[in-house]
Design a protein around this ligand. Structure first.
Ligand SMILES: [Zn+2]
Ligand SMILES: [Zn+2]
Length: 174
């Protein structure tokens, strides 16, 4: 759980020291261009989305293969711009359950565990294995480090077994 937090940078919006960070004025202007208020109070993001969450470019990073855009979740950037920093061991939860909403009044700082628990509604994986403590592992993907996800251990084991079987078969044929 702690590993990915260390990978986050120390600059604003989780950027690294050498990144060229967009100014807050620039970010606010960019955000205002792509949001709209809803009758229920949600403020929806209409720009780029990933798994339902709005994403915005916050910085550029020079890499050996060229300049890379660093994007962050818009609701988190809005919170950091208008409310406060989000401690590394906390995440922002949508009280309105609307992932593309960026209204700070609809957000709440919670622990990663709280957020996982709240987001967790299913008791079984898609193959029907129960998410018991022993059968559940938490994974964090590199391109979406703010959302830890549950993964079924039985399914992970079976995936590995399939790959093993395939490679044994290939060896036999040789
Ligand atoms: Zn909302
Ligand atoms: Zn499973």
């Amino acid at each position: 759980m702690v590993l990915w937090m260390k990978q986050r940078g120390s600059g604003p919006y989780g950027t690294q020291e050498d990144d060229i960070v967009r100014s807050s004025t620039d970010l606010v202007a960019a955000i205002l261009r792509k949001i709209s208020g809803q009758p229920n109070g949600c403020v929806l993001w209409h720009g780029t989305k990933n798994r339902g969450y709005g994403h915005i470019k916050v910085a550029s990073r020079r890499t050996p293969s060229g300049v890379q855009s660093i994007t962050r979740r818009v609701h988190r950037v809005v919170w950091e711009l208008f409310v406060s920093d989000v401690p590394n061991d906390r995440c922002l939860d949508h009280l309105c359950r609307n992932k593309s909403c960026v209204n700070p009044a609809h957000l709440e700082i919670v622990t990663v565990e709280d957020n996982t628990r709240r987001a967790t509604v299913s008791t079984h994986c898609s193959k029907g294995h129960e998410f018991t403590a022993e059968n559940t592992e938490t994974v964090v993907s590199a391109n979406d480090p703010n959302t830890p996800m549950r993964r079924c251990r039985t399914c992970s084991r079976e995936r590995v077994a399939i790959v093993d079987r395939r490679s044994t078969r290939r060896k036999k044929r040789l």
